[in-house]
Design a binder for this molecule. Structure first.
Ligand code: NAD
Ligand code: UGA
Length: 453
């Protein structure tokens, strides 16, 4: 099938590459010339394991092309996926300007029946807005051309995006019940035919329910994390190991053990913005989502937990103290720094006078870019942070090691080498990577999140 993807960011690029991988003829559009140039030169603008191979294979096979040509993109695809960003507006609601702009472009250029797919995470009712924008553009041209807007939210995780897309837990598709809606359903079944053949289930529903499902999923996951973080903070006080508790409750299939890891808060481009956007939708309908307000509040506080532990160990004034920092990205296997907990910690430490030697396996360049913006008003503080190219280099002369991201390589590190590398053998572990008993045995003072040590 001929498919166009509008927006070649994390989701658009992965969607485009993976749909080409199952045999479709895919055209990826972006307004960002730099991104398109990188892709056309054989590069990948983001760090995502395995994505480079899928892109290269499908480009070589002639099934995947990248362009900034809007008219050509609309002409190409019978199916037009909208995968542009939906960042938070000032009031927390999703800013739909990019989605609507994409819809208008489709309306301006289409000459035959199109199935429009909202792949971006968008609030309930957005398909209606997309449909209205297209109708308006068609009317301006006096064109009577059929189309139908469907909702097909994406559930992939950064760092595992290709695997998540190729082997999804579920595919959610919302479509209208009228004649063109049923036509669109048939087209979408073809788009995902290979996935169904491979045993991946499609959940068919109405459009609004599909839109809502995406927010409900992210809100539920964020809630699990904030709930465990609150319990972990209490575990610290009452002398309980939150990891033992996680196994204890997770063995109940109604709860399950995954996504219950306590830590120094969730970050990323989606949980924070989607929790806010769902709360905002509720407010628009006169309902206060009290649980989600608490989820957000707990998470903001949790990003400060490491800083608080450091201060309670070393005092409020950290002048003259030097820390090793492992992990900058909001999660492993990505260079994404959006809403990363490391940014809150770095701000706290530098403001209190400390110096930092920071290491991350892939996010250093992105961290430099983002921190330059964070500290635009106090650039002198950035003199106190140095980026180093190995874990060991960060440890040298440090009063303590602070771990913020759960990279596998940190988890696999020999504890003796941490003990030997630091000036003071003290570790603040924001991701509970180690067994407290083994850390103690290695002669390290250990401050984790809810591990009763
Ligand atoms: P992104 O910022 O990485 O990519 C968006 C891209 O759209 C950018 O490259 C931008 O230049 C392009 N764009 C903007 N307007 C355009 C237009 N009119 N025409 C063509 N291109 C245009 O964003 P992302 O992380 O891929 O997220 C996209 C959507 O998917 C969001 O709604 C997000 O919530 C959702 N989502 C993201 C993830 C994730 O892991 N990143 C997972 C699931 C869902
Ligand atoms: C999340 C969801 O997991 C995806 O299903 C969804 O598609 C995506 O948001 C989205 O809508 O964009 P992502 O943000 O890429 O994916 O990464 P996650 O693995 O969910 O991690 C998010 C944050 O939660 C990270 O900071 C991670 O460290 C933290 N986390 C995760 C915990 O603190 N504890 C856990 O148990 C799991």
């Amino acid at each position: 099938m001929k498919i166009t993807i509008i927006g070649t960011g994390y989701v658009g690029l992965v969607t485009g590459a993976c749909l080409a991988e199952v045999g479709h003829d895919v055209f990826c559009l972006d307004v960002d010339q730099r991104k398109i140039d990188i892709l056309n030169a054989g590069g990948i603008p983001i760090h995502e394991p395995g994505l480079d191979e899928v892109v290269a294979r499908n480009r070589a096979a002639g099934r995947l092309q990248f362009s900034t040509d809007v008219a050509a993109s609309v002409a190409h695809g019978d199916v037009q996926f909208i995968a542009v960003g939906t960042p938070p507006d000032e009031d927390g609601s999703a800013d739909l300007q990019y989605v609507v702009a994409a819809a208008r472009n489709i309306g301006r250029h289409m000459t035959g029946f199109k199935v429009i797919v909202d792949k971006s995470t968008v609030p309930v009712g957005t398909a209606g807005k997309v449909s209205a924008a297209i109708a308006e553009e068609l009317q301006k041209r006096n064109a009577a051309i059929g189309y139908s807007v469907t909702s097909n939210p994406e559930f992939l995780k950064e760092g595992a995006a290709v695997a998540d897309f190729m082997k999804p837990d579920r595919i959610v598709i919302g479509h209208e019940a009228d004649e063109t809606g049923l036509q669109a359903q048939a087209v979408m079944r073809q788009v995902y035919a290979k996935f169904e053949e491979n045993g991946h289930k499609i959940y068919w529903m109405d459009v609004r329910s599909a839109e809502f499902t995406k927010y409900a999923a992210n809100a539920m996951l964020a809630t699990r994390i904030s709930f465990m973080n609150e319990l972990a903070n209490l575990a610290d006080k009452v002398g309980v190991d939150i990891e033992a508790v996680r196994h204890g409750i997770g063995s109940d299939p109604r709860i399950g053990p995954s996504f219950l890891l306590a830590g120094c808060g969730y970050g990323g481009s989606c949980f924070p913005k989607d929790v806010q956007a769902l709360s905002r939708t509720a407010q628009e309908y006169g309902q206060d989502l009290r649980i989600l307000a608490a989820v957000e509040e707990v998470n903001e506080a949790q990003k400060q937990v490491l800083g608080a532990k450091v201060r309670s160990r070393f005092g409020a004034d950290l002048k003259g103290k030097h820390f090793a920092l492992w992990g900058l990205a909001f999660k492993p296997d990505t260079d994404d720094m959006r809403a990363a907990s490391s940014r809150v910690l770095i701000e706290e430490l530098l403001s209190a006078g400390a110096s930092i030697a920071a290491f991350d396996p892939v996010a250093i360049e992105e961290a430099k870019r983002v921190l330059a913006l964070d500290f635009a008003n106090r650039p002198e503080l950035l003199q106190q942070i140095r980026f180093v190219d190995s874990q060991d280099a960060a440890l040298a002369n440090a009063d303590a090691l602070i771990i913020v991201t759960e990279w596998k390589t940190f988890r696999q590190t020999n504890l003796a080498s941490i003990q030997a590398g630091l000036k003071n053998a003290i570790v603040f572990d924001g991701r509970n990577l180690y067994d407290p008993a083994l850390v103690k045995q290695a002669g390290i003072e250990y401050h984790a999140i809810g591990r009763a040590v």
